[in-house]
Design a protein around this ligand. Structure first.
Ligand code: SAM
Length: 312
């Protein structure tokens, strides 16, 4: 591997003296080098310090707080942003290709193995410049711009699945991320999204899910709600989760006994639309106490996922 002044150095062989601090600046001009590592020959980039917020190499990271802009830009440009060490590592482990990484100097050491393996540019910026570019104080000073993969068809995911979540109109990235996290933790096989659901790879959803959006496969169901027929045709019972009094108690419905169950969840506010409720095989309710009329959709999803995954 190259050992220029811009690359974090290995600890001394004796390990008796303290590990040297990571470099805070990378002064060599940007060069691509060929690295030879056991079992691997490829192009790698050394970290390069950038001091101009208008540098075009930082384009993927501009205006991260402008939700509307990013919602349009990221899918159109085929990218998404992974934020924080764990999330970046999980995205890579899930096979997403890195376009570039942006680090503040103190993260060079923590991310040294990722940098070494990276086949994409690694940009080093001071915290103030990171804030000027992204629009917020980047607490977890490691961001990566990742390349999206093509989404699978719903039918493809349903072929091997037994438990799926079907989300309608979920536009809140926090709720979406929380649902993916529960879906992963509680063993759901896939998440299917109505066309108007938010993007699971939007930064906030990725962050709240702690990278679970990379672990649970998802697809869009389009046209909506007609495409729910695809789910039924694959052998699934469509269970509409609703707080309506007329719905059957979740415990009585016992979804864990069903060979294949699809749990439909609606958005905060309006819940599942009448059209979606009409397509469902059954309406299912989590009983409420103390006069509470409904659960947050993320909480309802976690309860339902647990109920469907319980061993009979
Ligand atoms: C905040 S609720 C929406 C409330 C809305 N007023 C309604 O009647 O559906 C958001 C979603 O969470 C799920 N949910 C919330 N509380 C529930 C409960 N007690 N039983 C079943 N599902 C529930 C439903 O899927 C619902 O669409």
């Amino acid at each position: 591997m190259p050992t220029g002044p811009g690359r974090p150095q290995s600890p001394p062989a004796s390990h008796s003296s303290p590990r040297p601090s990571p470099p805070t600046a990378c002064r060599r001009p940007r060069v691509w080098t060929v690295a030879r590592r056991p079992g691997k020959i490829g192009l790698v980039s050394e970290p390069r310090t950038i001091t101009d917020p208008a540098d075009p190499r930082l384009a993927d990271y501009t205006g991260l707080t402008d939700v509307e802009l990013r919602r349009r830009r990221e899918p159109a440009e085929g990218l998404f942003i992974a934020e924080g060490e764990k999330v970046v590592r999980r995205a890579l482990a899930a096979g997403y290709r890195m376009r570039s990484m942006l680090l503040t100097p103190k993260w060079l050491d923590v991310m040294s193995d990722v940098i070494e393996a990276a086949e994409a540019p690694v940009h080093v910026v001071e915290p103030g410049l990171a804030e000027a570019v992204t629009g917020y104080h980047v607490h977890r000073g490691a961001l990566a711009s990742m390349e999206r993969k093509p989404l699978p068809e719903a039918a493809e995911l349903l072929a091997d699945a037994r438990r799926v979540a079907v989300l309608e109109g979920l536009v809140d990235h926090t709720n979406l991320g929380a649902i993916f996290r529960s879906a992963a933790a509680l063993g759901m096989d896939a998440v299917l999204l109505s066309p108007d659901c938010a993007d699971p790879l939007y930064r906030r959803a990725v962050k709240v899910s702690m990278g679970a959006v990379f672990a649970v496969p998802y697809a869009r169901l389009d046209p909506w709600p007609a495409a729910l027929d695809t789910v039924r045709a694959a052998g699934f019972q469509l269970l509409a989760l609703t707080p309506a009094e007329s719905a059957a108690d979740l415990a009585e419905v016992a979804p864990h006994r069903m060979p294949k169950a699809a749990l439909m969840l609606g958005a905060e506010g309006d819940g599942l639309t009448r059209r979606a409720l009409d397509v469902a095989d059954r309406w299912v309710r989590i009983p409420m106490a103390h006069g509470v009329d409904s659960l947050n959709v993320g909480a309802a999803a976690a309860v339902a996922f647990y109920a469907v995954s319980a061993t009979p």
